[in-house]
Ligand binder design. Structure first.
Ligand code: HEC
Ligand code: HEC
Ligand code: HEC
Ligand code: HEC
Ligand code: HEC
Length: 215
């Protein structure tokens, strides 16, 4: 049979097909990169079990550090392992349907994969212990967690947001014993704040240095 097209056409056709496939792969990655981000402001997430800070913190008064054990000592606050839940739930409410996923996961030995509510980009350095030990309360960044049946993000976590406090920490600082208090407020924040900047020896000049957050 006579050739319909010159041989070169086949080459360009295949080249075009290859380019198309490559483009589709790039587009698929780009789509994932823009859609698979952490929750937006105030979005509740689909978690493996409906864990409620409102019940555990607000109603039952459990301290943050019982579950987020490393928040005062390391960069990472820590997410509790299932064994922490089981210290109570091996006895409490074991028959509740809401708890079934916890018991099942514990017995099968598979860890939960909690969806992240907060997630900074990799090129930003953040450290919980520095903040918590220098008079910055959980509530300043996470809001009234004890009233949240689903954990939500209340702060934008943009660079601008970080810098608003780093430029004027006196507007936010609180006494060390109030860091875990979610509903504390000062009588006169300006006066107290300025005193606390001195008390914690905070060097405001250094706090706006690019290299403290981008190392
Ligand atoms: C009984 C255990 C428990 C206690 C007590 C507790 N938490 Fe949590 N916390 C969890 C679990 C489990 C998650 C992961 C599921 C979720 O996001 O709701 C979590 C998630 C969070 C997150 C979101 C983490 C992320 O993915 O970005 C914040 C913020 C948080 N907790 C703050 C607090 C604060 C502040 C307190 C104290 C006022 C506190 N928690 C007390 C168990 C606990
Ligand atoms: C210090 C004890 C304690 C620990 C630790 C604890 N719980 Fe609970 N949990 C309770 C109590 C008490 C209730 C009943 C809450 C209520 O209704 O006020 C409860 C209720 C629940 C419920 C039923 C729904 C609800 O919110 O009432 C779920 C689900 C649950 N807990 C999950 C967890 C998970 C997941 C963990 C580990 C991250 C955990 N709990 C750790 C004491 C605890
Ligand atoms: C200065 C703001 C700030 C303060 C104060 C703060 N957090 Fe966070 N928290 C963040 C940011 C930002 C992230 C996300 C970190 C990341 O993506 O690396 C986060 C993440 C978390 C997480 C998820 C695990 C992790 O470490 O990434 C938990 C749990 C949490 N915070 C609990 C707490 C508790 C409890 C307190 C109070 C004792 C607290 N935070 C105080 C800003 C803060
Ligand atoms: C509400 C106030 C507040 C907010 C919001 C805040 N910070 Fe800070 N930050 C502080 C204070 C206070 C210090 C302690 C300064 C000191 O030790 O002199 C600090 C210190 C730091 C340090 C220095 C750690 C070190 O090694 O000395 C880093 C890094 C940092 N913050 C990152 C961030 C990032 C990133 C964000 C935003 C996601 C943020 N901070 C949001 C108040 C805040
Ligand atoms: C207190 C912490 C902090 C300091 C200080 C800081 N940044 Fe950032 N920066 C962030 C955070 C958080 C992000 C990511 C969130 C965002 O993009 O707003 C970021 C993002 C960026 C980006 C990515 C571009 C973008 O908008 O997404 C650049 C570039 C950048 N910072 C440059 C700088 C430079 C230059 C300085 C010094 C003048 C600086 N940063 C100081 C916290 C900080």
């Amino acid at each position: 049979m006579a050739q319909l097209f010159p041989r070169r056409f086949g080459f360009f056709f295949r080249l075009g097909l290859l380019a198309f496939v490559a483009l589709a792969v790039v587009a698929a990655f780009a789509w994932r990169a823009t859609t698979a981000r952490p929750a937006g402001l105030n979005d509740p997430l689909q978690q493996p079990v409906a864990f409620s800070h409102k019940h555990h913190v607000g109603d039952d008064g459990i301290d943050c550090r019982y579950c987020h054990a490393s928040v005062e000592t390391s960069a990472f606050a820590g997410i509790p392992p299932l064994s922490t839940c089981l210290t109570c739930h091996s006895q409490l409410f074991t028959g509740q349907p809401a708890l079934a996923p916890v018991i099942r996961a514990f017995e099968s030995g598979f860890a939960f994969h909690w969806q992240r509510v907060h997630q900074l980009p990799d090129f930003v350095y953040f450290d919980h212990s520095v903040h918590v030990n220098n008079g910055v309360g959980c509530a300043s960044c996470h809001g009234p967690v004890d009233r949240m049946p689903f954990t939500r993000r209340v702060a934008p976590l943009t660079m601008q947001w970080c810098l608003e406090c780093h430029r004027q920490p006196e507007k936010f600082l609180r006494p060390p014993e109030r860091v875990f208090d979610l509903h504390w407020s000062a009588d006169d924040q300006q006066v107290l704040g300025r005193r606390l900047v001195a008390f914690f020896h905070i060097d405001k000049q250094r706090l706006t240095d690019c290299s403290i957050c981008h190392r």
